[in-house]
Design a binder for this molecule. Structure first.
Ligand code: ACO
Length: 431
């Protein structure tokens, strides 16, 4: 099959958010720490009415409906998430509920987990299926969804929640470049979730940032080594989208690639050299790369700055944000670099070429429907946000349980958890 890639994207943003400046006051940190220091404006969150299953149900059902396809057109459905609510039963099997009416139960694919990387692993699986001898000619759906919440403390403002569902097939508008991938995986305890009774991770923030930036170097080096012909460096890309734990790190990441280009040009590309110099060089390269950042990366931060880290969905929210920032008629021909990082750690860099196949305007129009919800959200006070997180944490594994969140605050068309019975079986309804 030709031009395999992303044919449609749908973004789900939570209906509630807290303002980061409000949060600075509430947390009694210095003014500007979250808004300037981390680069965050707002943070999306969900009450106990939503869990990762309901986010996936909302994302997949709206993707299918908005794009006028049928559940029987889908031959593979992959879920990427790190929000685990059951040690055995996958979110994918919950999503099969949506397929019942169509009678299509022949749907391959299952959940993939490793921190924020699961969505990318799911995408790679879907692409491989279509390029393989097992492909039956149907489309694939990839959904990446997470609820990112941290215990009280310095990591809490880097939370978020959301989902991105993507339709994968041949003849796509966003064609994933073949044979051009850089991957770096290693063993690290930078961020992990050993306590299965809590939604909160154990996180070594500084280590996670070091691991992220090192993985970025390694993936970039590997990606560039596979480029034959054309520019070998940032000039190769019209846009560069990064996994976005918080926007400031993305700003630094673009600067880091800029520094890599600089080192490659002067031919001093030994690893120690790069690493030791970063502490000193960071400020300089952030300055030097300013216009490149504004041009290639800043437009991808709309959702990251207003919703926060959506873990597996983050880099795909970045892609969606970038696509909406460019007039659709100027998109064809653009090449987008993608960097996906999941703590623990797993990371990949790959690229996408935008192709004019007639589908773009429809795709962008449908994408807008989800992202436009950003302006229709309800702003809650930091006290209310903290209460919601406390109540989520307390109720996480209770059975039986009826959620206490306000259904009236959900967007129309949102799936929600209506109850959990004494056997821990979860039931969902649609708003
Ligand atoms: N005004 C402006 N800037 C400020 C202010 C202020 N009042 N106060 C602090 N800052 C700046 C700091 O100088 C710093 O800038 P720098 O990064 O350029 O040095 C920045 O704000 C952050 O301040 P720190 O004191 O370094 O922040 P802290 O250590 O409290 O927390 C951290 C930051 C570690 C990122 C924390 O939020 C965290 O652990 N988050 C979760 C882990 C994470 O997201 N890791 C990223 C990769 S892994 C993943 O995706 C989960």
């Amino acid at each position: 099959p030709k031009d395999v890639g992303i044919c449609a994207i749908h973004v789900v943003v939570p209906s509630l958010y807290v303002d980061q400046a409000d949060l600075e006051r509430y947390d009694q940190v210095s003014k500007g720490k979250y808004t300037v220091g981390l680069g965050q404006k707002q943070m999306g969150f969900c009450t106990d009415l939503e869990d990762v299953n309901s986010l996936c149900l909302t994302a997949v059902s709206q993707l299918i409906e908005n794009n006028g396809i049928s559940y029987s057109d889908i031959g593979r459905l992959e879920v990427g998430t790190e929000t685990i609510i059951d040690k055995s039963k996958s979110a994918k099997t919950v999503l099969m509920k949506l397929f019942e009416a169509s009678g299509n139960f022949q749907v391959e694919g299952i959940d993939t987990t490793n921190a924020c990387y699961g969505g990318t692993a799911a995408l790679f699986n879907a692409l491989s299926w279509i390029e393989s001898s097992s492909w039956d000619g149907r489309l694939a759906v990839v959904v990446a969804a997470d609820i990112a919440v941290y215990a009280k403390g310095n990591a809490r403002p880097t939370g978020g929640a959301g989902a991105v569902a993507m339709l994968i097939g041949p003849g796509a508008s966003l064609v994933v470049d073949r044979g051009l991938r850089g991957t770096y995986m290693n063993h690290a305890y930078d961020f992990y979730k050993p306590d299965l009774s809590s939604e909160y991770p154990v996180v070594d923030g500084k280590l996670s940032v070091d691991c992220y930036l090192n993985a970025l170097d390694r993936c970039y080096e590997s990606y560039l080594s596979k480029c034959h012909g054309g520019e070998v460096g940032l000039n190769r890309f019209d846009s560069f989208v990064f996994h976005a734990p918080y926007c400031k790190l993305v700003r630094k990441s673009l600067a880091r690639l800029y520094m890599n280009d600089f080192i490659n040009e002067i031919g001093a590309n030994d690893e120690n050299h790069q690493h030791q110099d970063w502490a000193v060089a960071e400020k300089t390269f952030v300055e030097l790369s300013r216009t490149v950042f504004e041009d290639k990366t800043e437009p991808s931060l709309l959702l990251a700055s207003r919703v926060g880290n959506t873990y597996t969905a983050s880099v795909y929210s970045g892609l969606a944000s970038y696509l909406l920032s460019v007039p659709p008629e100027r998109l064809p021909g653009k090449r987008i670099g993608m960097f996906s990082y999941g703590s623990g750690l797993a990371s990949s860099m790959y690229s996408i070429k935008v192709v004019d196949n007639g589908g773009l305007p429809g795709m962008i129009g449908n994408l807008k429907k989800g992202v436009d919800r950003l302006d229709e959200r309800t702003r809650l006070a930091p006290e209310q946000f903290a209460d919601v997180l406390d109540s989520r944490q307390k109720s996480l594994h209770r059975a039986s349980y009826v959620p206490v969140g306000d259904r009236g605050q959900l967007f129309p068309g949102t799936w929600f958890l209506s109850g959990i019975d004494e056997l821990h079986r979860r039931f969902y309804e649609r708003n």
